[in-house]
Design a binder for this molecule. Structure first.
Ligand SMILES: [Zn+2]
Length: 51
C-alpha cells in the first residue's frame, strides 16, 4: 500500500498558494473554509483589494 505517499503529495500540493506559490499551512484551511487555494497573506490582500 502506497496510499500514504499519495495522500502526502496531495497534502503538500494543497498547501501551496495559487497566488504567490508559497507553501503555507493556511492554504489548506482557506481551501476548506472559503474554497480559495490561497494563503492568509494573499487572502488578506484580496479582502482589502478585491479584484
Ligand atoms: Zn499566497
Amino acid at each position: 500500500m502506497d496510499g500514504n505517499i499519495v495522500l502526502d503529495v496531495e497534502k503538500e500540493l494543497n498547501n501551496i498558494c495559487e497566488e504567490c506559490k508559497n507553501f503555507d499551512q493556511s492554504v489548506k484551511e482557506n481551501l476548506i473554509m472559503h474554497s480559495l487555494k490561497i494563503c492568509n497573506i494573499c487572502k488578506t490582500s484580496k479582502l482589502i483589494f478585491p479584484i
